[in-house]
Design a binder for this molecule. Structure first.
Ligand SMILES: Cc1ncc(COP(=O)(O)O)c(C=O)c1O
Length: 416
């Protein structure tokens, strides 16, 4: 049976039985850079960034796509996207510094966070970023104290939408730790307006991540329309993607249609509109390649690879299903549990999944792993964080190299 590439990046193909990405044989890339490794379809990612911009700007003249850096917070990926004309949404000093490294126009940067430090607010003010998003009254105090000139801000509010997604990814309800709950919004707006150096331009709302029902974005817009009108609306990210063949995800066009339609109906046609896609920008353009280390046939067949929750926390955090495949091989399918190398039973990618005759040394690829995997990579069991490799036009080039043991132990002060 031919490999189903529908979950793979647009520039993936099977060439003479071998999987390629951006014209590079995945097996050669794995050989050169080792495993596990995050491979990015660089042209696919650029194309996706342009697709978002085209979908938005063709429907609404005052709009900008702000890539949610948290989904892949490294200057090489953020810069590739910013170079297509997108802005960057950042949270925390590290992401703000990463944005600075990309050379993006600071006016196209938005700073978030429910617990911002003085240092990040001070740098944001010094850089002259587009907007700081006020999340709470402590932000109001901090920004006013640190401001030396008027600072454009947006207010993050709860649109009181309980998004249909994993509870850990729902952020738009009144009990959320993010933003101002609906009954306090008017009071906080008045409080911001009493600060001479806070220039309140608009509202921000982000209802959650991996949202597959676009009605919910419309509901968020309708909810914002209950409040007083502003010139700027940042509607966050959240568009879901396909992880397994049975998933159905809205297209960028469908999302833009419904979102902009709702904005025009409820908020007007002249407002400045920002969106912050993360998962839907990078997720489909990345795959992770692993090598099979162990095949244990007992009560169940456990196929273990050389990565796991050290490089992909999405399963453990959100129960996200994935669709791994052994590549470059034909044969009969065997039902297996695909597991990681870490000391947790929960370090399991998928149970009762069909793989082609798994053997030690095989290469196993998991598609749709472009978002939040690199972000949350960690050193569990002494794992080294994997490299990021851009594959394009037949050339594989390292964007982030693999961590070294010297780096892993470099912060430890015992002798060494
Ligand atoms: C404020 C904000 N904007 C944008 C995003 C990106 O969301 P997603 O990756 O689902 O598009 C997030 C992530 O949850 C967020 O917290």
């Amino acid at each position: 049976m031919p490999m189903d590439l529908s979950l793979y990046p647009p520039n993936a193909a099977v060439d003479d039985g071998r999987l390629t990405l951006g014209g590079c044989h995945v097996a050669d890339v794995a050989q050169e850079f080792g495993t596990p490794a995050y491979l990015i379809d660089a042209a696919g990612l650029r194309q996706r960034a342009r697709e978002f911009q085209q979908a938005l700007t063709s429907r609404h003249h005052r709009s900008r796509v702000m890539f949610a850096s948290k989904s892949f917070p490294t200057p090489s990926v953020m810069g590739l996207i910013a170079d297509t004309g997108c802005g960057l949404d950042v949270a925390g000093l590290g992401e703000l510094l990463a944005a600075q490294r990309t050379g993006v126009d600071p006016a196209h940067v938005v700073l978030h966070g429910n617990a911002k430090s003085d240092a990040e607010i001070a740098l944001a003010i010094e850089m002259g970023i587009g907007y700081i998003v006020v999340d709470n009254l402590d932000d109001v105090d901090r920004i006013s104290r640190l401001a030396t000139k008027p600072v454009p801000v947006l207010l993050r509010v709860s649109p009181a939408v309980d998004a249909e997604t994993n509870a850990a990814m729902a952020t738009g309800h009144d009990a959320s730790k993010f933003g101002i709950p609906s009954h306090q919004i008017t009071e906080v707006i008045e409080r911001i307006r009493r600060e001479p150096l806070l220039d309140l331009r608009g509202l921000h709302a982000h209802i959650g991540s991996q949202i597959l029902n676009v009605d919910q974005f419309e509901q968020a817009v309708a909810s914002l329309a209950q409040l007083e009108r502003f010139d700027v609306y940042d509607l966050g990210g959240g568009l879901g993607i396909r992880y397994v063949p049975s998933d159905v995800a809205p297209s960028v066009e469908e999302y833009a249609d419904r979102l902009v339609g709702a904005v025009h109906r409820h908020l007007g046609t002249d407002v400045e509109l920002l969106i912050e896609p993360g998962r839907s920008m990078v997720g489909p353009n990345g795959v992770t390649v692993y090598r099979v280390t162990t095949v244990k046939r007992g009560v169940r067949t456990h196929v273990a690879v050389d990565g796991g929750m050290g490089d992909n926390l999405e399963v453990s955090l959100y129960g996200q299903p994935f669709d791994p495949a052994i590549i470059d091989k034909a044969g009969a399918f065997e039902v297996c549990d695909v597991v990681g190398r870490h000391c947790e039973s929960g370090d399991t990618f998928v149970v009762a999944h069909e793989l082609v005759e798994p053997e030690v040394g095989d290469l196993l690829v998991i598609p749709a792993t472009g978002a939040y995997t690199f972000t949350m990579s960690n050193n569990y069991n002494g794992a080294l964080r994997p490299p990021v490799v851009f594959c394009e036009d037949g050339v594989a080039r390292v964007a982030v190299r693999r961590e070294t043991y010297a780096e892993l132990f470099g912060r430890d002060v015992r002798g060494g």
